[in-house]
Design a protein around this ligand. Structure first.
Ligand code: GLC
Length: 706
């Protein structure tokens, strides 16, 4: 209990004082608990997704962990309040590490207030599959952007003296068949894409826990895969915390323990009596069990959970709303703004039509274990208390209300969008028509296509035909196709904007906030342009992964289908579109502003030296620009596509010029050499490009590395 000692030493001392049974107690949960009606709930369980009883005799606290990807889940069960933050993909669209730290701080602060000392958020799975149901929980298609944002989010969580985590390690990039699919990907591609995102998040965030995923990776389940767990995560990445399985993602005792799994969740099918037997018969060395327990102890000491147990208090909803709204305002991406139809005029006195997506009562949130409970119940069905798995939940932040406040002289009229004729009639007589479209996404299933559901494309087409000043506001879990884009004036992507979403959207529409977000993922024109035109293993018969059971109650799971990511390989997202010469609808890094920026004076002497350039705000209003730096490696690297190697978010007043200097980490300019199992900086000529988006590069130069 001497907090002056380093956590490693304290963990070791505590371990030495523990009995075999006490060590075993630390390496598994106590069952599904509150997650499964009727299951026993251990005393001391705080109502979250998991619980590990502590060892009072040694002052080792219980571990009470909660799902908290975009805010704390299941607060309603205990009549608690939790702030719904914007989706993590929306956070990624801010490209703002400070926003990410704030995001995690809100989650960590509220977890402590609710009596938890561990978070299981921190999803950083790369968007290989734009139709993945959980993309709203992750940070997009680029490893540097995703790893940087989630790493800072984890830093924020752990700044509240609780255990943070990173998940789902690894290549759990789709929901279809997630429990059984065998994902294939060669080591170089793995290290330069999905695992690089985890590596960067771990280097920045130092998560004290990592959750291994359900799927297989090149044959072995992720929770018993010694290459990914031992060789890469623990050895190469130097991860010192503990690896916990996803819920029922453990598939063996000895193989999993020897491969590097340290804790089974939620129960003890494999790491309870079976592990004791394995230790007693020697198939699992006692030293391995010691290491498992010591890692858990290390995380408890290093997080501050031992020295600073949570002090329960009411969550501050006002602080949470302010923080969430600030992040939401930075996350909105202005995709299109023909004839500067935006920002809207506050003094207008005409008719403003607000159509669709329950914009009269709230904004959409994502489903599954990331689902946060809405204050006052679901805004579209208040009869419910806690959220119901598989049902969309809207949060009571109504765009309609805030638009009315912004334009007090206008006649703001709402139409549900359910009836095409009614919506069209309203649009025809309005001066401005704002159509809100939604794409509800959830854990447990993928979207079968990029198309908006529920005939919303037809709704937008009808409104756009009736009104030339049609603005589309997207509330989506990820990229969607927009066949109507050429026929509407403006398009805003607001993701799932969180508890402050309605006001954030109105602030952007009326120019009180200048949009600054940029896409963290490529928006393809159509499914056919993707590496996989159809979600692998998703068929009519299987549905997604059995969690959306069929009408007759049968559950189907694709029989351990193989998903071969080697086709896509290194070319995730924008790299695919460049190599395949396909034109995306909106490119990675794209995002407009209400002002304009000019780039000049690029200087770069070597691939491992600083890239400097000037950027000027040439418009009439202040704004933030996210200036991006891309590198194309020498031909010998075999990577004929650009990769993001750095960026900076720059706030500029009208007319202001700023010199920007970005020094890419040499590792980001390297290739992973499987033979030597190391990163290599190739000699040769590097192309350095600087600009506003991956398809809007203003400056370029070539520099050599001897
Ligand atoms: C779920 C999810 C994981 C979540 C856990 C506990 O299946 O995959 O993200 O943290 O189980 O709810």
């Amino acid at each position: 209990m001497d907090s002056a000692l380093p956590a490693e030493q304290r963990a070791h001392l505590a371990l030495q004082a523990m009995t075999l049974d006490e060590k075993l107690q630390l390496v598994h949960g106590t069952g599904w608990g509150v997650l499964r009606d009727g299951d026993p709930v251990a005393p001391g369980h705080n109502g979250g997704a998991g619980f590990v009883p502590g060892i009072p005799r040694l002052h080792i606290p219980d571990i009470n962990l909660a799902d908290s990807a975009v805010g704390i889940r299941m607060a309603a069960r205990e009549s608690r309040y939790a702030t719904l933050l914007p989706s993590a993909l929306g956070l990624a669209a801010t490209w703002d590490p400070d926003a990410a730290y704030l995001y995690g701080s809100v989650i960590g602060r509220e977890l402590r207030d609710q009596g938890y000392n561990m978070s299981i958020g921190g999803g950083v799975n790369l968007m290989r599959e734009p139709r993945n149901g959980r993309n709203f929980e992750y940070a997009g298609e680029d490893p540097l952007l995703a790893g940087t944002e989630v790493g800072n989010l984890i830093r924020g969580v752990q700044s509240n003296q609780i255990i943070g985590d990173v998940k789902h390690y690894a290549l759990n990039d789709q929901e279809t068949g997630r429990n059984t699919i065998n994902v294939l990907l060669n080591q170089r591609a793995m290290r330069e894409t999905d695992l690089l995102a985890f590596q960067i998040a771990i280097e920045i965030g130092h998560p004290l826990a990592a959750m291994c995923s359900y799927n297989r990776i090149n044959g072995d389940y992720a929770c018993e895969n010694s290459y990914t767990l031992k060789d890469v995560l623990k050895h190469d990445f130097g991860f010192k915390g503990f690896v916990l399985s996803d819920w029922e993602g453990t598939h063996s005792t000895t193989k999993a323990a020897l491969a590097g799994l340290d804790m089974e969740q939620p129960g003890s099918d494999f790491f309870g009596k079976s592990l004791l037997q394995a230790v007693e018969n020697g198939s699992v060395p006692r030293s391995r069990l010691d290491d498992m327990a010591e890692r858990v102890l290390y995380s408890l000491f290093a997080s501050g959970a031992v020295d600073h147990p949570p002090v329960r208090r009411v969550v501050n909803p006002f602080l949470g709303l302010k923080d969430a709204q600030h992040i939401a305002e930075e996350s909105v991406v202005l995709l299109q703004n023909e004839k500067q139809v935006l920002p809207l005029n506050k003094n207008q006195n005409g008719i403003i039509a607000i159509i669709g997506s329950h914009a009269d009562v709230g904004v959409l949130s994502g489903g599954g274990s990331a689902q946060v409970d809405a204050p006052g119940g679901n805004a579209i069905d208040a009869s419910e208390g806690a959220a119901v798995w598989g049902k969309p939940v809207y949060f009571p932040s109504a765009p309609l209300q805030f638009v009315c406040e912004k334009a007090p002289h206008a006649n703001v009229l709402f139409d549900s969008g359910d009836n095409l004729q009614a919506a069209t009639t309203l649009a025809a007589k309005a001066d401005i028509a704002i159509v809100f479209v939604h794409q509800w996404m959830t854990e447990g299933q993928d979207a079968a296509s990029l198309s908006l559901p529920e005939k919303q494309d037809a709704l937008v087409e009808a409104v756009a035909t009736a009104n030339k000043k049609t603005i589309v506001v997207l509330e989506t879990g990820g990229p969607v196709s927009m066949p109507w884009a050429p026929r509407v004036a403006a398009i805003l992507e607001t993701w799932y904007p969180g508890i402050g979403g309605g006001e954030a959207i109105a602030n952007i529409l009326f120019g009180d906030v200048n949009p600054s977000g940029k896409l963290p993922a490529t928006f393809a024109r159509q499914d056919a342009d993707l590496p996989y035109p159809h979600v692998p293993a998703l068929t009519e018969a299987t549905g997604n992964n059995g969690m959306n059971a069929h009408a007759d109650g049968t559950k189907s799971e694709p029989e351990s289908a193989t998903v071969d990511y080697n086709l896509q390989g290194l070319k995730v997202g924008y790299k695919w579109f460049q190599t395949e010469h396909k034109q995306p609808l909106f490119a990675f890094g794209h995002g407009l502003s209400y002002t304009n920026f000019a780039y000049s004076a690029l200087q770069c002497d070597s691939p491992s030296k600083a890239v400097t350039f000037q950027i000027q705000n040439t418009g009439q209003r202040s704004g933030d620009e996210i200036a991006q730096v891309y590198a194309t490696l020498p031909a010998s690297s075999g990577e004929p596509f650009r990769r993001l190697v750095g960026w900076k978010r720059v706030a500029l007043a009208p007319g202001e010029t700023r010199m920007v200097s970005i020094t890419p980490n040499p590792a980001l300019m390297s290739v992973f050499d499987v033979k030597s199992d190391s990163w290599k900086l190739e000699p040769g000529m590097y192309r350095i490009e600087v600009g506003a988006a991956s398809d809007d590069l203003k400056l370029q130069t070539t520099v050599g590395l001897p």
